[in-house]
Design a protein around this ligand. Structure first.
Ligand code: ADP
Ligand code: ZN
Length: 669
């Protein structure tokens, strides 16, 4: 007679405990850790992961329905890694597992038809490396024999040839019979990079991103698992892919905020990649022209090694940056938007048959609609933000909840027909440029112009093939594009990013401006950059002009130290939102009080700062009022201690409204 058997199962629910089930006697074959099983849960049927096989169990436990995988989908090693990640982010294990293995079990592995890829002119690969590239290559290779954990930060100026370094390292990893993972911010925005990797490793590459169908994802995961794919380039969730023989992780543009997942299981793919590299005992290379301050700080603390590519390839100069002061009263700025120097430069560039990129980090035609009679501003019904004006479609749109209204004729408050447009966005610039240069081919790159399927690919390939003269857009134009014929970059208004109420605003501004400037002059022709601003003497703008990342970083580290911000403190943001303001506040208040009592219980914790609860800067979104409590902890260990306590002492994470935990938050709005 068979003895009773039990399993502990993690379910993909926002719950922190695991669940105990009995295996019915019909199921005879052995069950391993990391297998998926169907189980009953509160009258539902859920798929969970076996994460423990206890020797003892409750005879009255419910029975599982069936076993999904005869073989485990997660190795013991993988399970250990995922548990570590779950602990770090104080996230339910079931949700982390779901991120790691995100498919329906029954998805048929039918062959997908290859998608049509628009043509991109990618340069031939260089035969010779520069001396600097060779040095970097040599350094990282020292961690290949034998493979060992070693984090590297590669600070290479824009156009310094970072990609070629990645490719050569991956070549080496493949000859050593290992696999390589390349994390990139957004596949669709940088089709060029994918193209280069595909060309370099035609038979052995897999591309992974969020727009694949479940069947395609399943196929990719299997190819990785069976080592048919030995190089994988993908967006953030690829960090969880089941590589059996990983040898190297590359995180390109490691400073990019799209590595952070902002909902459900909140994680930062770069940080998870670091945990993974350590777990697998392999090197990891973070690359950027503008590394995150946190990443640079790790090199100062000697936790990681700083490598540099201080020059562009072939001794090409970095573009010259000119700062143009805007004067509202003289130029009627809102009507013209483009200063004389920028206008002249645009004209010259058009004449030379070269290309221009213009950055304005704001969508729409106007920022909002104002009644000149009573001062009323049209706001979203559900969010505490003004509605953005779109003239082409005659709409007002909320950027947070997509609430849409057609532009009214008269004010809703005073009924006067005195509504005026205030501020401006990419749509207005586009209209204005079309008037200014009627013969130029102008395109716009932002969330709106690329909403339709394939629109983004079309714009980028048209630009790459020289069918567009001027590309105007939001931060999307600043990504790692390599268009050799772009010789002019203009920033319409640098001030937008400078003045956000967020401690990362200076860093984001520096990154954005440096990155967009880096699109100019990448080919044989010299590039120039014109930055328009109302604050021409702003120190950050001068550091951008001097192409001096390190001087910027030094200043930034000083004031972050003084104000107790990362990397000198570890943050946790506890958030609570509810349609009833009092419910949200009360909930977060009693939770915060408990944390406060705990903090006082041990002198070791007295250095932890607990700030809040306070209203979030965006106080109301999607009809919910939002509060947060911000924690500043002096170290990872105190950050983790607080999280453990928070999960232990409180039921807030189970009962509605739930308190959401954001560990190492990027966005405090
Ligand atoms: P980054 O990512 O550092 O901004 P890229 O990797 O896009 O720079 O390289 C910029 C350009 O320089 C690419 O067109 C690339 O083919 C070229 N390149 C890279 N390495 C070399 C080299 N050693 N010699 C000549 N050209 C190179
Ligand atoms: Zn809204």
């Amino acid at each position: 007679m068979m003895e009773d058997r039990w399993v502990d199962v993690a379910l993909p629910l926002p719950l922190y405990q695991t669940f105990h089930y009995k295996i019915p006697t019909e199921i005879q074959h052995p069950i391993s850790l990391g297998s998926r099983v169907w189980v009953p849960f509160q009258r539902r049927k859920l798929m969970g992961y076996v994460i423990d096989i206890p020797k003892e169990g409750y005879p009255q436990a419910k029975e599982i329905f069936s076993v999904v995988d005869p073989k485990p989908v997660l190795s013991d090693q993988a399970l250990l890694f995922l548990k570590r990640v779950a602990t770090y982010y104080a996230s339910p294990l079931g949700e982390v597992l779901k991120a790691a293995f995100p498919f329906a079990p029954t998805s048929p592995a039918k062959k997908s038809t290859p998608k049509e890829i628009p043509h991109f002119s990618t340069p031939d690969r260089p035969k010779m490396l520069t001396t600097d590239q060779k040095k970097v290559l040599h350094q990282v290779k020292t961690s290949f024999s034998p493979f060992r954990f070693a984090p590297y930060l590669l600070q290479g100026v824009t156009g310094s040839g970072k990609t070629e370094v990645y490719l050569r390292l991956i070549d080496e990893v493949l000859t050593l019979k290992r696999q390589a993972m390349v994390l990139v911010p957004e596949i669709s925005l940088t089709p060029q990079a994918v193209h280069i990797f595909k060309k370099a490793f035609p038979q052995r590459i897999a591309v992974y991103h969020s727009r694949l169908t479940p069947a395609e994802r399943h196929e990719t995961w299997k190819a990785i698992q069976e080592q048919e794919a030995s190089v994988v380039i993908g967006t953030r969730s690829v960090v969880f892919a089941p590589f059996p023989a990983l040898g190297l992780i590359v995180v390109d543009e490691e400073h990019d905020s799209s590595f952070k997942q902002e909902e459900k299981f909140r994680y930062h793919a770069r940080d998870v990649a670091l945990i993974r590299a350590k777990h697998e005992n392999i090197p990891i290379l973070l690359g950027s022209a503008t590394p995150a301050i946190e990443s640079l700080y790790q090199t100062i603390r000697k936790k990681s090694t700083l490598l540099r590519l201080p020059q562009r390839v072939e001794k090409r100069p970095l573009p010259e940056i000119e700062i143009v002061r805007l004067q509202k009263k003289d130029a009627h700025f809102e009507n013209t938007l483009i200063s004389q120097p920028l206008k002249d430069a645009l004209r010259e560039t058009l004449f030379e048959k070269q290309q221009t990129i213009l950055l304005l980090n704001r969508r729409g035609y106007a920022a909002f609609l104002l009644c000149h009679c009573c001062g009323h501003v049209l706001k979203c019904k559900y969010c505490d933000v003004s509605l953005t004006v779109y003239l082409k479609t005659q709409n007002l749109i909320c950027h947070y909840c997509a609430y849409t209204l057609s532009i009214p004729k008269q004010c809703m408050v005073c009924s006067q027909e005195e509504l005026g447009l205030i501020g401006f966005g990419t749509e207005k610039i586009e209209t204005y440029l079309n008037e200014l240069f009627p013969h130029a081919r102008i395109a716009r790159l932002d969330k709106v112009s690329t909403a339709k399927k394939n629109a983004l690919q079309k714009i980028l390939s048209d630009f790459s093939n020289g069918n567009i003269d001027i590309l105007i857009g939001t931060q999307m134009v600043a990504k790692g594009h390599d268009f050799p014929n772009v010789t002019l970059v203009g920033v319409i208004l640098a001030d937008i990013a400078l003045n956000l109420p967020d401690f990362r605003a200076p860093e984001r501004t520096f990154q954005l401006l440096t990155q967009v400037a880096g699109r100019a002059g990448r080919g044989e022709k010299k590039g120039r950059v014109i930055i328009q601003t109302f604050q021409p003497h702003h120190p950050h703008l001068n550091q951008v002009r001097a192409h001096n990342y390190f001087s910027f970083a030094e200043e930034e580290l000083k004031w972050r130290h003084a104000l107790h911000y990362p990397p000198f403190r570890r943050l946790i943001n506890f958030k609570c939102q509810h349609p009833d303001m009092n419910i949200a506040l009360q909930k977060l208040r009693s939770f915060t009080e408990k944390l406060e009592i705990w903090r006082k219980s041990d002198p070791l914790f007295s250095i932890i700062e607990i700030l809040g609860p306070s209203p979030a800067p965006l106080f109301k979104l999607k009809n919910k009022y939002r509060f947060h409590t911000l924690i500043k902890a002096p170290s990872v260990s105190s950050q983790q201690a607080l999280l453990t306590e928070a999960l232990r002492c409180d039921h807030s994470f189970r009962e509605m409204p739930r308190i959401q935990i954001d560990v190492d938050p990027l966005n405090l709005l």
